[in-house]
Design a protein around this ligand. Structure first.
Ligand SMILES: NC(=O)c1ccc[n+]([C@@H]2O[C@H](COP(=O)([O-])OP(=O)(O)OC[C@H]3O[C@@H](n4cnc5c(N)ncnc54)[C@H](OP(=O)(O)O)[C@@H]3O)[C@@H](O)[C@H]2O)c1
Length: 252
């Protein structure tokens, strides 16, 4: 099928920031592919989006299951032949914020499996489709918690954070982002890491001081960058900046 509508795939889109990203991109006229590891939870989210007038389809993708990404890419190829936007939003905290000296290796592996290996797997499965689009955008949903510069700044609110699993996974994801940006430097494709800021979702027992929609706005900005927009940056809310509602580039 050929369509002039832009196609966006958002992983982990059945709830939280991913759902809001799908909703906001849908409101901007995208056909949104609701990536979900549970077909049932994905279908429920897609139904809700369609009820709000959004062109939403569900796509079963578990970031830790490479075959599911391969199957999803084959489906997109047959249905649309291209992908305009990939938002790698699926992520886990692992629930462990132990001191480095007390790191649980199983938890560390689990977090890297989703937050790093999973993103590389999904990105590589989707790259041929992204290359088929006129000017694709890849958004890797990261965090300021992955910014070594920010966490090592004694004046930053994150100075007190000292745990390996989640911060190291997002720091690795930041490097992954930079490397894709370099490989794709001479193409129209832009690859950036998003910092949604601290948002109230299930991820943190709804303790965040921003809404999931506010967090999703960062991904939407990066998904819709103009041709002269940046690539290879960690970009989003600047927690600790004088006005923390301002978007900007964060230190790696
Ligand atoms: N909330 C924050 O304050 C915050 C701050 C900075 C960055 N982030 C990042 O933003 C992203 C979204 O977070 P959120 O707050 O919206 O979290 P959330 O409410 O916990 O939602 C996470 C989503 O990811 C999905 N997911 C988890 N593992 C997956 C896998 N292996 N394959 C596919 N989907 C998977 C979940 O699916 P199920 O429903 O099936 O579990 C869910 O849809 C994450 O990457 C997170 O690290 C969040």
């Amino acid at each position: 099928m050929t369509t002039t509508k832009q196609i966006a795939l958002i992983t982990g889109a059945n709830r939280g920031i991913g759902y809001e990203t799908a909703r906001l991109l849908g409101e901007r006229g995208f056909t949104v592919l609701v990536g979900a590891r549970s077909a049932a939870r994905g279908a429920e989210a897609a139904d809700k989006l369609r009820a709000a007038g959004i062109d939403a389809r569900v796509l079963e993708i578990d970031a830790t299951d490479t075959d599911s990404s391969t199957r999803a890419a084959a489906w997109i190829a047959a249905e649309f032949g291209r992908l305009d936007v990939l938002v790698n939003n699926a992520g886990i905290s692992g629930g462990s914020f132990d001191k480095p000296s007390e790191t649980n290796l199983d938890s560390l592996r689990e977090v890297f499996e989703t937050n790093v290996f999973g993103i590389v797997a999904v990105t590589n499965a989707m790259l041929p489709l992204l290359r088929n689009a006129p000017a694709a955008r890849i958004v890797q949903v990261s965090s300021e918690v992955g910014s070594i510069g920010f966490l090592m700044d004694q004046q930053s609110p994150m100075w007190s954070a000292a745990a390996i699993s989640y911060p190291a996974s997002k720091a690795a994801l930041n490097m992954v982002t930079a490397m894709y940006a370099k490989e794709l430097w001479d193409t129209p494709i832009k690859v950036n890491a998003a910092n949604p800021g601290y948002c109230a979702t299930d991820f943190n027992g709804n303790s965040g001081f921003r809404t999931a929609e506010q967090g999703a706005q960062v991904s939407v900005e990066l998904a819709t960058l103009p041709a002269d927009g940046p690539t290879g940056q960690l970009w989003g809310y600047r927690w600790g900046a004088e006005d923390d509602t301002v978007f900007g580039t964060l230190p790696w």
